[in-house]
Ligand binder design. Structure first.
Ligand code: FPP
Length: 254
């Protein structure tokens, strides 16, 4: 009872980012930014207005993550399944990275942020790819927060392609079956040498992984909120971090 009261009290309380333990900041935070469409509908706006509002949240959360000393922030911006949406919405979503980078790239550079992308580049419109590649190139030597956009990304395809690459190496004699190991497989994935996420946040009340980093999330702490992504604030982010700091991660041990 008291525990439940304290929990609800803690949920509504304003969190000063300074009060979070700097020793237990998640190294890698991954986010499924969900609820843009429903947020727009609730406000009587077209879905694309929800995505634009979502972009504003992206800006805020990058700053909050950077301020806390998070090393990697992965944002699920477009899934391999999102191509099924109406053309107008897809076209809009494909313009957002460009728009975002046009406004934000200088600030990202000033913050020493390194921009990366995971997902299949070949299916992206030329203008989207150009903007992303330019940002990746301009920030590749930066040593601060790694801002990893999952764009045209899907985890099953990532793993299947990883298996194929591995099988090719076995076939050509560069890898033996005995060398296949948990530690070695991630190099075939889009995340490469990035650490696995410590914390995964999904907004909008959905409690699913939706083909997002299925291998990498094996031991990740999951945090769900009913808040739609356009309404997600630094405070919600700090709440997620604080809840994460109260969890005991045992990795299957005691
Ligand atoms: C899911 O909400 C969200 C997306 C498919 C797109 C996410 C994109 C952004 C937040 C903007 C990205 C910004 C940059 C800088 C790339 P939904 O549309 O599925 O929402 P719904 O479930 O309520 O319909």
């Amino acid at each position: 009872m008291i525990g439940r009261f304290l929990k609800s009290f803690r949920r509504n309380e304003e969190i000063d980012w300074n009060s979070l333990s700097k020793e237990k900041i998640p190294e890698h935070v991954a986010v499924i930014m969900d609820g843009n469409g429903r947020w727009a509908k609730r406000h009587g706006l077209p879905r694309i207005a929800g995505h634009r509002a979502g972009m504003e949240t992206v800006k805020k959360i990058i700053k909050a993550a950077d301020r806390l000393g998070v090393k990697v922030l992965t944002l699920y911006a477009f899934s391999t399944e999102n191509w099924k949406r109406p053309k107008e919405e897809v076209d809009f979503l494909m313009k957002l990275p460009q728009e975002f980078l046009l406004i934000e790239l200088d600030e990202l550079i000033a913050r020493n942020v390194q921009v990366r992308m995971m997902g299949w580049k070949e299916d992206l419109p030329a203008h989207t790819l150009k903007a992303v590649e330019e940002a990746v190139k301009k920030t590749e030597h930066n040593t601060g927060l790694i801002l990893n956009f999952a764009l045209n990304y899907g985890s099953r395809r990532e793993m299947i392609e990883g298996f194929k690459k591995m099988a090719g190496e076995i076939q050509s004699g560069r890898l033996s079956i005995d060398q296949i190991a948990e530690e070695q497989f991630p190099k075939y994935l889009h995340t490469g040498r990035l650490p696995d996420p410590d914390l995964m946040i999904r907004t909008s009340g959905e409690q699913r992984i939706s083909n997002f980093m299925l291998w990498q999330l094996a031991y990740t702490e999951l945090w769900f909120t009913d808040v739609f992504w356009p309404e997600f604030t630094e405070q919600h982010f700090y709440q997620a971090i604080r809840d994460y700091q109260h969890r005991g991660r045992r990795y299957g041990g005691l």
